[in-house]
Design a protein around this ligand. Structure first.
Ligand code: MG
Length: 254
């Protein structure tokens, strides 16, 4: 195989909702049979690595949690390294909160906090916006798991963390200081740590130019854009972000 490791985005690349995309299963099984490593990335912090591994396994792609990297895991690692003793206010869902608790980080539902962590949150309320506004104007750090504006679903999409970041940036006048998901260097470090390979032996495939492909370019990896998700061919041709390959379906990789 031309590459030793194949890194796949999940939503819009390997599956959409609860169904694998056409040719995803046979392509990934074929790569594995040719002894290539396959790992999976998600910017979506609403599920744990275990959930993703279970879902892929149930859909016919047996996968271990060690081969999954998502933005909540990268956030836990980022906070442990840089803000281990701080108190964090989380705008996010249960799986993210659990991941941060398991990393022994201190979470502050009420009262003072040193940082506000913004994420995909379908339980977002005016109260949470007010709390983020008060804390950040009082000097708290402002970090986010991911900056996707929406997550594609079989019915269209769901507003994602990017839209909540925009709301908080607008009312506070402060820019989010770090987004740890794709295409950040924190995510790249997590991937290279797991693979233990030089970047030029890796190919990353995803459905978004500004996250998946941009991160691969930043990391010095080969990149493939698949047209099965958020990006169509016209958008790909207009963009200044240029992947090495454009795929109609995942089996074009073979
Ligand atoms: Mg995607």
């Amino acid at each position: 195989m031309p590459f030793n490791a194949y890194i796949f985005d999940l939503d819009g690349t390997v599956y959409l909702g609860d169904a694998l995309l056409p040719t995803a299963r046979e392509t990934i099984l074929e790569l594995r049979s040719r002894r290539a490593r396959t790992v999976f990335l998600s910017n979506n912090p609403a599920h744990t690595r275990f959930d993703y591994a279970q879902k892929l396994t149930r859909l016919g792609l047996p996968t271990s949690p060690q081969d999954i990297i998502n933005s909540s895991m990268v956030m836990a690692d980022f906070l442990k390294r840089n803000h281990a003793l701080a108190r964090h206010y989380i705008i996010g869902e249960r799986p993210l909160i659990n991941e941060l608790r398991e990393a022994s980080l201190i979470l502050a539902d009420e009262g003072d906090a040193d940082s506000v962590i913004v994420s995909f949150d379908r339980t977002f309320t005016y109260h949470k916006l007010q709390r983020a506004f008060d804390l950040i104007r009082g000097g708290a750090h402002f970090f986010a798991t991911n900056a996707d504006v929406y997550c594609p679903t079989p019915h269209g999409g769901e507003p994602d963390a990017g839209s909540l970041i925009a709301a908080i940036e607008t009312c506070t006048g402060k820019k989010c200081e770090a987004v740890v998901g794709k295409p950040s260097r924190y995510m790249i470090e997590a991937i290279l740590n797991i693979l233990n390979l030089p970047p030029d032996q890796c190919l990353i495939t995803g459905d978004r130019l500004e996250t998946d492909v941009q991160m691969g370019i930043n990391a010095g990896m080969a990149t493939a854009l698949t047209l099965t998700g958020a990006t169509n061919r016209q958008a790909a041709e207009k963009s200044s972000v240029k992947p090495n390959f454009i795929l109609e379906k995942l089996s074009d990789l073979l």
